[in-house]
Every structure is written in structure tokens, then in C-alpha cells.
Design a protein around this ligand. Structure first.
Ligand code: KG4
Ligand code: ZN
Length: 366
């Protein structure tokens, strides 16, 4: 059943961003994001050097109402106008996910509106459809703080994983490297900033797993290599100069980009063998906000004659518009949940594939 006014309220609280959004989705038309409110929590977790699940869950519970009120106000809508409520029901930090699911259930019950639970990873994976109306199927590189995988996106409910990280997610590695260098969290944007003016060739960091066939990735050795190089420099010169930090960041970022580009090339080969008529490579997830990584992937796509789709930065990092949009697609497929909807800490998109070893900062789930 498709909601008549096509107005979807999305809620997101799976990690450290509380978010609500109103998206209008009508069949055959480009989705309209009427509002997308995100309240980040980096200040709350700053002194701990990482996301503290209990602190995150409490903050989501306190802020979700504010997000919803602001999202409605910015969209110039009221709760009565909303047709369907979509909420991230996994994977993620369970306290946060629960907090969002409980808010959504309360709203759905109180308003008598349908409720749809959305997989957070599906939200990221479907974003290129929301922003660019990309047709199925397409190849997606999803790279964020908790996950890294190559997916063939076939429908809002069908995803085929070609490969993924066997340990850390790349965003997690960016965050850890930032911590090693005394930069702020989240580390990705800070490392990117510092990398400007840095020498990408100064530190010959490894390009993990390039010697192995396939498109699985690994980032934990790279992070350890940065730690070793930093420690040896601390021993030699007693501290780091600003230029050293920039060189570390540039060398690390280039290593990540090299790995992502090489593995993307291999994923493209596998993808095109199965889908020769749909040569599209899309990216999403927080790491896809990195302009150097975007530039390199865009170049790869141009070299291989692929259409390249990279959503605007605000829809690459965690947001609720992608959840509202995914709920709309699920709605069109007839999906609807009730008060038994549960919050799932783990929820792989491709349930047929064996679990990857990778954990990511939100815990093992892919
Ligand atoms: O998708 P996202 O907002 O949340 C997760 O689902 O994980 O991604 C957040 C991750 C963080 O690890 C952050 O450091 C990284 O994405 N990130 C970046 C950049 N912006 C965010 N990594 C590299 N470069 C960036 N510009
Ligand atoms: Zn995410």
C-alpha cells in the first residue's frame, strides 16, 4: 500500500546522531527531502575518545522529540500530515536503536499511522535512489564508521554482498588515526583537513589484502602501521611537528583511497559480469564524504565508463532522510510492521552470505 500523501517521517538513532526527517515520495517522482534534522553527540563522547553506548542511548531518548518537532516545523507539516513512520530498527548500538524504535512506536500508536522498521545499511544503500533516482540494479560501495561492503543493490529488500571488511571499518580507522595524532573526533573530517598540505608519499603504509583475490578489505593493519610510525617518530624527535601530522594524515588517507579504488575495480568486474547493462557505481556512508576518496573513485568510474553517483555529503553521513526514503520504498513493496517490531544489534543486509569477521565500532553485525 502506498501512503496517499506520500509523506514519510524517518527516525535514526543507531550510533551517535539523533535524527528525524520528512521526505515526500510519490510513485514515479523524484523524492523531496522536506527537512532533515541531525543532532550529533560528538561533544558528549569527546572526553571518552569514542562513542559510549549508554551515554548515546540516553541522549537519543532526550533528543528525539526535539528532532521530530524541528523536522516537522522545517517541513511546514504537522504530525497529522505524516502518512507513515519509518525508523532504524538495526543494526547499531542496541540502546540507541531501542530508543528510536520506542519513539516511533509511540508515535505510530498515538497517531494510528503505519510503522516500518528500516535496516540502517539499507538506508545508506538506497540513498542514491533518493538523491539521483538511480535505477536497479547498481553497485554500491558502503563505507562508514561501522561498515564497509560492496553490494549489488537489486531492490529495497534484495542485496548481494560481493565483499567487505574482515576487521575494522575505514571510518573507524580514520577515527583511530585521528586519536593517535591528537586530533578531534569524529576523526574522518579532521584527518581530511590535516591531510591538505601533507606529503602522501612520506610514510609507505601498507595496502592490506591487495595480494589476495576478491574484494574483501582490511584496515586494522594500516592503523597499526600508523601507530608504529608515530611511536618511532616520538622516540626519535620527542614529539610531532604540525607538518608530521599532515604527512601522517595524507599518507594514511592515500593508502585508504588506494585500497578502496583497487578493490572497487575488482568489485566492478564481478558486478559487470552479472549486470553488464547497468554500469553504475554508487557510494554512501560517512567515508564517502571524503573528497579525496570521492575524487579517486570518480576517476576510476570514468576510466571504466561507469556512471558514478555520490550523494551530497549530508546524505552520506548518518541522517534520517535516508530512513524515511527507505521506508517509502518498503511501503511500496507492502511492508508494514506492528508493535512487535524489535531492535536488532546485528542485521546483515545479505542474510544468505556468511558473516564477515569485521566488527566496526558498532559491534559485529555484517
Ligand atoms: O555513516 P556514518 O555517519 O556513521 C556510521 O554509520 O558509521 O559514518 C561515520 C564515519 C566516522 O567514522 C567518520 O570519521 C567518517 O565516517 N567520516 C569520514 C569523513 N567524514 C566522516 N571519513 C573520512 N573522511 C571524511 N571526510
Ligand atoms: Zn551509517
Amino acid at each position: 500500500m502506498v501512503a496517499s500523501g506520500g509523506l514519510y517521517l524517518g527516525l535514526e538513532s543507531s550510533c551517535d546522531d539523533s535524527a528525524a526527517a520528512i521526505v515526500q515520495v510519490l510513485p514515479g517522482q523524484k523524492a523531496k527531502v522536506l527537512s532533515s534534522v541531525v543532532i550529533g553527540q560528538s561533544v558528549l563522547h569527546k572526553e571518552f575518545g569514542g562513542v559510549v553506548p549508554e551515554v548515546a542511548a540516553r541522549a537519543h531518548a532526550e533528543r528525539m522529540d526535539i528532532c521530530v518537532t524541528d523536522a516537522l516545523a522545517q517541513a511546514e507539516k504537522t504530525l497529522k500530515d505524516v502518512d507513515v513512520i519509518g525508523v532504524t530498527s538495526g543494526p547499531g548500538l542496541i540502546g540507541g536503536v531501542l530508543s528510536g524504535v520506542m519513539s516511533a512506536k509511540g508515535l505510530a500508536l498515538g497517531l494510528g499511522k503505519p510503522l516500518i522498521g528500516v535496516n540502517h545499511l539499507a538506508g545508506h544503500a538506497l540513498t542514491p535512489r533518493m538523491t539521483d533516482q538511480v535505477g536497479y540494479p547498481y553497485l554500491m560501495l558502503l563505507a562508514s564508521g561501522g561498515h564497509c561492503q560492496f553490494l549489488i543493490v537489486k531492490s529495497a529488500q534484495e542485496f548481494h554482498r560481493l565483499g567487505g571488511t574482515i576487521d575494522d571499518a575505514p571510518g573507524e580507522a580514520f577515527d583511530k588515526v585521528a586519536r593517535l595524532l591528537g586530533l578531534q573526533q569524529p576523526g574522518g573530517p579532521e584527518v581530511e583537513k590535516k591531510a591538505q598540505g601533507g606529503d602522501p608519499n612520506r610514510f609507505p603504509f601498507p595496502r592490506p589484502l591487495l595480494d589476495r583475490p576478491g574484494c574483501d578489505l582490511s584496515f586494522s593493519g594500516l592503523k597499526t602501521a600508523v601507530l608504529r610510525a608515530r611511536d618511532s617518530m616520538l622516540e626519535d624527535q620527542g614529539g610531532l611537528y604540525d607538518q608530521d601530522r599532515s604527512d601522517f594524515c595524507a599518507s594514511f588517507q592515500t593508502a585508504v583511497a588506494d585500497v578502496l579504488v583497487e578493490k572497487s575495480g575488482r568489485a566492478v568486474e564481478q558486478y559487470l559480469r552479472l549486470n553488464p547493462h547497468n554500469p553504475t557505481l554508487a557510494v554512501a556512508g560517512g567515508v564517502a564524504a571524503n573528497s579525496e576518496i570521492r575524487r579517486r573513485l570518480k576517476q576510476l568510474a570514468a576510466d571504466l565508463n561507469l556512471t558514478f553517483v555520490a550523494p551530497p555529503l549530508k546524505f552520506c553521513t548518518d541522517n534520517a532522510a535516508m530512513i524515511a526514503y527507505a521506508a517509502a520504498e518498503l511501503d511500496q513493496l507492502g511492508v508494514c510492521h506492528d508493535m512487535t517490531l524489535s531492535a536488532r544489534p546485528r542485521w546483515p543486509l545479505d542474510e544468505k552470505q556468511s558473516a564477515l569477521l569485521g566488527s566496526g565500532k558498532k559491534g559485529a553485525k555484517a
